[in-house]
Design a protein around this ligand. Structure first.
Ligand SMILES: [Zn+2]
Length: 396
């Protein structure tokens, strides 16, 4: 049972806590007097809200001196010494587990990678072991876990429905299983939604309400933030641009269809083309390393990927009219001009008025930051409903 469920403040108290949380999240550590100034609340009200937030573990107070001569100024801040959250990213080859403060910043040296096994029970065992390795015996309270999953995530039923690139999780509820095993609140996010939250909280999308995030990795996925909320569709399955058919009777896709965008524009597609050319199996990281070392020339293969990727970008600019289109991926490292060429080809295919109003930029966030942002959003929403939460409000 988490500490959050033990705290049931009055509605007014919750509204005050929300205000205090908001200024701490926006402005960083503040003294009580500064919180009073920033919120317009009275000093006793701020003290009461702070005490309540400290009981939940979301906020802590430090008493370090601001400077050598100054009197020690106690500052309220989002907890990062007494409590933490975890982010777990499940991906095709590897899973990453990271630790972060309630301010969303990752804690250095407190992360683990494990290979993604091909049996679901082993995956959960490995993730539980990794979480225990990171947390047992260090005296910290873990408030929650954010879990980033590829493929289709049904938020309504908390199911990983269909993951073409990590099929071991199909039909499973990993967040529920981790929560049961560890006794820690766990919230599951589709990986593109995680990237949207990361970019909005800590990256280049701060203050943006209408943007799209194209993830180009093992597959191709999309997250759309519209009017400050994630566009998720009926169950959470919206945004699957990677499985729109681009090549009639093309190569089989992990989803069961043929010729999907991700069979021709993903990292896997590039790796497959390059592997065929050189007659040996190469993954994207190896290809990036070999290109950087000047060992291989893959201009034709890059051009093929780029052409299809531009078709995808143009389609989503036409469909969603985003103010900014973020593109997340490491494929761009194969050519210093890749991104510039991608934008140029997209311009040729998108509707001119939509393209003219859309910035295309490389995302700065990561799925690990997104998994962390997801659990923080969930925890802060639980304590203060409506607190800047673009997360789908389904029961969990
Ligand atoms: Zn597909």
């Amino acid at each position: 049972m988490s500490m959050l469920t033990q705290v049931r403040p009055s509605l007014l108290g919750r509204i005050n806590e929300r205000q205090v949380l908001r200024v701490l999240q926006q402005l960083g550590p503040l003294s009580r007097a500064e919180v009073v100034r920033q919120t317009g609340l009275s000093a006793p009200t701020v003290s009461k809200a702070a005490a309540s937030l400290m009981r939940t573990g979301l906020v802590e107070e430090n008493d370090r001196a601001d400077n050598a001569r100054g009197r020690p100024a106690k500052k309220l801040r989002l907890a990062c010494e007494t409590t933490c959250v975890l982010g777990i990213v499940v991906d095709a080859e590897m899973c990453q587990i990271v630790t972060a403060g309630l301010d969303g910043k990752l804690l250095a040296g407190r992360d683990i990678q494990v290979a993604t096994p091909d049996q679901y029970e082993i995956l959960i065992d490995h993730l539980v072991a990794a979480v225990e390795d990171l947390t047992v015996g260090n005296g910290w309270t873990v408030l929650g876990i954010g879990l980033s999953m590829p493929g289709l995530v049904d938020y309504r039923r908390q199911l990983s429905v269909l993951s073409p690139n990590v099929p071991v999780t199909n039909g499973q509820s990993p967040a529920v299983d981790l929560q049961t095993r560890l006794g820690i609140d766990c919230v599951m996010l589709q990986e593109c939604h995680a990237l949207c939250l990361a970019e909005r909280q800590l990256g280049l999308a701060q203050g943006l309400d209408d943007f799209a995030m194209l993830e180009v990795g093992t597959g191709v996925g999309l997250g759309v933030m519209s009017g400050g909320n994630l566009l998720i569709g009926h169950n959470g399955l919206a945004g699957e641009i990677g499985h729109i058919t681009l090549v009639d009777q093309g190569l089989p896709c992990g989803c069961g269809n043929r010729g999907c965008l991700e069979t021709v524009a993903s990292d896997s597609a590039l790796a497959r083309r390059v592997s065929r050319k050189f007659g040996r199996r190469l993954n994207i990281q190896l290809i990036i390393d070999m290109v950087e070392a000047g060992q291989i020339d893959i201009a034709d293969e890059i051009a093929d990927n780029l052409r299809f990727l531009a078709i995808g970008l143009a389609a989503l600019i036409n469909l969603f009219n985003p103010s900014t289109l973020f593109v997340h991926g490491r494929q761009f490292a194969v050519d210093p001009n890749f991104f510039e060429r991608l934008v140029k080809e997209t311009r040729q295919r998108a509707l001119p008025p939509s393209f003219a109003e859309c910035r295309i930029v490389q995302a700065k966030g990561s799925k690990t930051l997104g998994a962390v942002a997801g659990i923080i959003q969930s925890l802060t929403s639980a304590i203060a409903p409506g607190f800047t939460s673009p997360m789908p409000n389904f029961p969990r």
